[in-house]
Design a protein around this ligand. Sequence first.
Ligand code: C5J
Length: 225
Amino acid sequence: MYVSALPYDYELPADLNRLALVIIDMQRDFLEPGGFGDALGNDVKRLQAIVPTLKELLETFRAQGLPVFHTIECHQPDLSDCPPSKLDRGKGSLKIGDLGGMGRILVRGEPGNGIIAELEPLPGETVIHKPGKGAFYNTEFQTQLQAKGITHLLVTGVTTEVCVQTTMREANDRGYECLMVEDCTESYFPEFKQSTLEMVRAQGGIVGWTAPAAAVMAGMRAVTA
Ligand code: C5J
């Protein structure tokens, strides 16, 4: 069965257990005032538009018991996993590790570092804590995917051109068949989102496919019909 996608239809695995929903960094630090995104001068509210659609896709996976992975961009409290280049970058009012309105910025376990309430992981859903932009760097993500026999990834979350795109490129290089869900990813910069979608699917799908959530869910229904 296929999802109607760009640059051409995306073939779903016959066994949907090989398809994982990957939700990148839907954290308060990026979506709410007082976090990392805000400290860098962004309008964080524009990321919230994708939450209802992403929740619907998440509920579709949950209803069928299919694999779901959440990621959280974070650092250890002593910042030992944060390179100086990342720590110093941005020149915002607050840096990683500083005390903001939701605890220490981008530090693991702080209130602002958690996933937003609407998309809170359920027990059994894997949460990958990642120090980089890509979900594969310095994490157990690939081991976990291999352990579950996953071959296909639906990539969602924020921000499109940073952690979402980086993760999709890392996954593509590792042989995963990746589709970025167009209305389940967002950027602080609309033009960057649009460019990312176009560059992912350019040249015959050089990094993978893109499609809206409705097309993905229709394809999944056809597999189970
Ligand atoms: C950023 C992310 N934008 N999750 N992180 O710094 O995209």
